[in-house]
Design a protein around this ligand. Structure first.
Ligand code: 6J7
Length: 538
């Protein structure tokens, strides 16, 4: 608005007035909803107006511009001078920007930490407990272009100093542990940094971290060699490679071995996602998430040795039965709710929910597989990478507005609809058409009669255009979904303890029976070698 005065009201209640310089009208465009308030000129007013498509292009362009600025800033930091532009782009893609007001603790000594910081604007003061003093002693200050927070990521989890925003506050680029490990952890300057903690007589947090050997998880599968594994059958195939059922020749136990073509990973720039998949799956211990035991690599493939789920894909079962009844849909949705509850509690978003990524184990419980799009974003943060399967993608991902765990709740609504009907609510003949339909909103979707009223209400509460209005994302978190009327009488404790009798019990004749999977021809394609070394930590 350029000049004049406007009045904002809702249902005849005046909410306030606006003058020159104010912007308004964005909500109905962002969330594709009806206008949420009435705006009336109370004096002659001159206003600039932008239509929906221009607004969306501006949003997209500002997103791209922001990324360009980040790359330029990262290039100017001496620490990163030897990083290739590909790595810089990845870094710019994966970082978040946070502002800390003056005196706020960005890092507190002795707490656990998972993030690395580069100061993009402002200053911080660093202090530390030193023997002989009762208060932390200031050891240095840092300014724009400096970094901190690497020590807890390199050795153990514990922070070895306090970092506090200085006068005027401080803006930082924030990088999570996984991205740090992949892109920055190997830089010599970071590895060799010595702050002189020992000479200073810094207390145990600092010295423990510097002298601590990295804790190796005792992994009972560590001894299984690739040469111990014998191929039984192919369970799945795609451009990425294939998934084989393999048997350990020593103890006859079977596993799924995911074989990913390295050349394909590099061509499609999926290195980040593959590392993310490995790190997240390795860190997860939930009965509703398939376990990753070990990884291998050679010149052509990286491999993941995963818990076998021989009951087959929920997608295949749904295809064969056309649709599920209410209890069957509730049971599988319940398994996903438990998986999400576990992941979100760890600050991880999943981002690829669909029936193809739910596998049944021998008892009929379903588990989340394929963590290629999962990401640890922590709490209260967003991420911007476009990913997911078109029919399940949330509107904020399409509009590049940044997304978080609420995008998983959106996809949960889509899943419930698909389980109950056999088809997803938003579907076009190509991804672009699907996105256009998604942006029209759930209220434009026809709900067939096999979706009961309470199921329909839950789906609509999950598929709100505005992410913060979605059930699961509010004060009581995912418990609101567990307590929703659709789940009335559902035995959540029994599900968690795996006492509930599953609605479909797979027919299986031993641990090498692959009859619940479609049949695939032998893969005769030998991918080219890929020797760039991106998989060094695999
Ligand atoms: Br900056 C800085 N100076 C020091 C120092 O003198 N000693 C220690 N132990 N840490 C220092 N720092 C940074 C370093 O990046 O403060 C961070 C606190 O979290 C530390 O990494 P962190 O232990 O993860």
């Amino acid at each position: 608005m350029i000049v004049g005065e406007l009045e904002v009201s809702q249902n005849d209640d005046v909410l306030g007035t606006m003058g020159a310089g104010k912007v308004f009208g964005e909500l109905a465009i962002l969330y594709n909803c009806k206008r949420t308030a009435t705006v009336k000129a109370v004096s002659d007013a001159e206003i600039w107006a932008i239509d929906r498509s221009v607004f969306q292009v501006i949003m997209m362009k500002t997103g791209m511009q922001r990324q360009k600025e980040h790359i330029q800033f990262l290039k100017s930091i001496p620490l990163l001078k030897n990083l290739s532009s590909e790595y810089l782009m990845k870094l710019a893609d994966s970082l978040d920007v946070d502002f800390f007001p003056e005196k706020e603790y960005i890092i507190r000594e002795g707490t656990k930490g998972d993030t690395f910081y580069i100061i993009s604007n402002g200053k911080v003061r660093v202090s530390q407990f030193v023997s002989g003093f009762t208060e932390p002693q200031e050891v240095r200050s840092l300014t724009t272009g400096d970094y901190f927070g690497e020590k807890a990521l390199l050795s153990e989890d514990v922070r070895t100093a306090n970092v506090i925003a200085d006068v005027g506050g401080c803006e930082c680029l924030v990088i999570d542990r996984m991205v740090f490990n992949e892109l920055l952890g190997q830089i010599q300057e970071i590895q060799n940094k010595d702050y002189g903690d020992e000479e200073r007589g810094a207390s145990s947090h600092a010295s423990a971290a510097s002298s601590c050997e990295s804790l190796q998880d005792k992994n009972e599968y560590a001894h299984i060699l690739m040469s111990d594994l014998e191929g039984i059958a192919t369970l799945g195939m795609g451009g990425f490679g294939r998934v084989e059922l393999v048997q350990n020749i020593n103890d006859k136990k079977t596993y799924a071995l995911k074989c990913l073509k390295k050349s394909h990973i590099v061509e499609t720039r999926q290195q980040d996602h593959v590392y993310s998949e490995k790190n997240i799956m390795m860190a997860c211990k939930s009965p509703f998430i398939s376990k990753l035991y070990k990884t291998y690599k050679d010149n052509r493939y990286v491999y993941m040795l995963i818990e076998a789920c021989l009951g087959g894909e929920l997608w295949t079962i749904l295809r064969d039965r056309s649709s599920f009844d209410d209890f069957t849909s509730k049971f599988y949705t319940g398994c996903v709710v438990e998986a999400f509850s576990y992941l979100h509690g760890k600050g991880i978003i999943y981002r690829d929910l669909k029936p193809e990524n739910l596998l049944l184990d021998t008892r009929g419980y379903c588990k989340l597989v394929d963590f290629g799009f999962a990401k640890k974003i922590g709490f209260g943060r967003k991420t911007w990478t476009f990913c997911g399967t078109p029919e399940y993608v949330a509107p904020e991902i399409i509009l590049n507005k940044g997304h978080d765990v609420s995008a998983d709740y959106w996809s949960l609504g889509i899943l419930i609809y698909e389980l109950l009907t056999g088809y997803p609510p938003f579907s076009g003949s190509d991804p672009m058409k699907t996105y256009t339909i998604i942006l029209k909103g759930i209220d434009m979707v026809e709900f067939p009669r096999r979706i009961t009223k309470t199921a329909g209400i839950l789906i609509k509460r999950l598929c709100r255009d505005n992410p913060s209005e979605r059930i699961g994302y509010q004060k009581n978190g995912i418990d609101d979904i567990r307590k929703h009327k659709w789940f009335q009488g559902f035995d959540w404790e029994g599900l968690k303890m795996q006492r509930v009798v599953p609605p479909i019990i797979p027919k299986l004749n031993g641990c090498t029976d692959t009859s619940n999977f479609d049949q695939f021809p032998k893969d005769r394609d030998i991918p080219s070698e890929e020797l760039s070394g991106w998989d060094a930590d695999f």
